[in-house]
Design a protein around this ligand. Structure first.
Ligand SMILES: Cc1cc2nc3c(=O)[nH]c(=O)nc-3n(C[C@H](O)[C@H](O)[C@H](O)COP(=O)(O)O)c2cc1C
Length: 323
């Protein structure tokens, strides 16, 4: 069964949260381990990331019961967790009320929802929504780890964030991720496939502009003889000698590591003057964005990538009755 997940809340509202209507029952997880995972995403922890001070401690409203001091168990009821917004600063956004930030979702939110949709701090489009993603994803990661499946995301490439920040600018980067221990035969064709569902979850992370599996875009320049991964036996099990397909053929896992890369664009909110429009006066104007923004999204996005992938993999395993 699918988990039926919704994320809710906004960057500057009272809280952000996640609700999973049909999560698995009887799954134990460590609160301290979950908190360590959430702390990797938390703002205000180093230079180059947003200075917003948030403790990012999840409060479970439903769907868990306490086993011991550090262990919660899912009950199978609707799993709902919220994280309070403790340090939102509306003042930073006062000047931006009718002047959409280039590169952010202010303009498209205005077109779609009207003035009310153009809420401060990116509203529901804010990177803050990756906090509840990481709550659910952190639980899924622990559930997968118990079944011998690990997911890790690391920085593959990144611009010079400190230099960019000093110039009032921002940079993007690439995250490289790997799912290990996933048995062969998980997934399916078309939109139910591993690639389709992982890509969908990864593209939902704000600022993601590209996702590739295995050799990805580079495969387009290869010959079939270079791109095809030769099959072989190793210790009695089927392996491929290379992994250009990223561990997925026909949307189904091959049993090799599932490998993918995720491209993040530079943070839209920058201090340098940028041209925009005033949607009230219908004039062109210039803005400089104040406030506490990440000079590069990549360091804080690593756990979000792991979380998004973990939710998809655990959900598919659950649908396939493999848990
Ligand atoms: C962890 C994380 C932190 C982010 N921090 C910021 C930020 O400080 N300032 C900003 O303008 N955008 C930030 N973003 C990106 C915006 O949320 C995103 O670019 C915007 O919602 C538009 O969506 P799109 O880029 O996917 O089209 C962040 C994204 C993530 C994943």
């Amino acid at each position: 069964m699918s988990f039926n997940i919704v994320y809710f809340g906004t960057s500057h509202g009272p809280e952000v949260g996640v609700r999973a209507q049909d999560f698995i029952a009887g799954e134990e997880f460590s609160i301290s381990k979950l908190q360590r995972f959430l702390d990797r995403r938390r703002p205000g922890t180093s230079d180059g990331v947003s200075a917003r001070k948030e403790s990012d401690i999840p409060e479970f409203r439903s769907g868990v019961t306490k086993k011991d001091g550090d262990t919660l168990v899912t009950t199978g009821e609707i799993l709902e967790a919220v994280i309070k917004n403790e340090d939102a600063n509306e003042k930073d956004y006062e000047d931006l009320k009718y002047t959409p930030r280039p590169g952010h979702a202010d303009y498209t939110a205005f077109v779609k929802y009207g003035e009310i949709g153009m809420t401060t701090g990116g509203g529901q489009f804010s990177g803050r929504l990756t906090a509840p993603l990481c709550v659910l994803g952190g639980i899924c990661l622990q559930a997968l780890e118990k079944r011998g499946i690990t997911i890790t995301a690391v920085t593959d490439a990144m611009g010079d964030a400190e230099h960019a920040k000093a110039e009032g600018d921002s940079v993007g980067g690439i995250v490289k991720a790997e799912i290990r221990g996933l048995p062969a035969g998980v997934g399916g064709p078309f939109d139910g496939g591993l690639e389709s569902r992982l890509a969908s979850a990864l593209f939902a992370i704000p600022a993601v502009k590209g996702v590739e599996f295995g050799a990805g875009f580079a495969a387009a320049a290869m010959k079939g003889s270079e791109s095809n991964d030769p099959f072989a036996f190793e210790d009695g099990r089927v392996i491929t000698k290379t992994n250009n397909c990223g561990g997925i053929l026909g949307g189904i896992s091959t049993g090799m590591p599932v490998t993918f890369r995720v491209a993040f664009k530079p943070t839209p909110s920058i201090a340098l003057p940028q041209q925009t429009i005033n949607l009230k006066t219908n004039e062109e104007t210039t803005i400089t964005v104040k406030g506490r923004h990440d000079a590069c999204i990549v360091p804080r996005a690593l756990p979000a990538v792991e979380a998004a992938a973990a939710i998809v993999i655990l959900e598919i395993l659950n649908e396939e009755n493999r848990l």
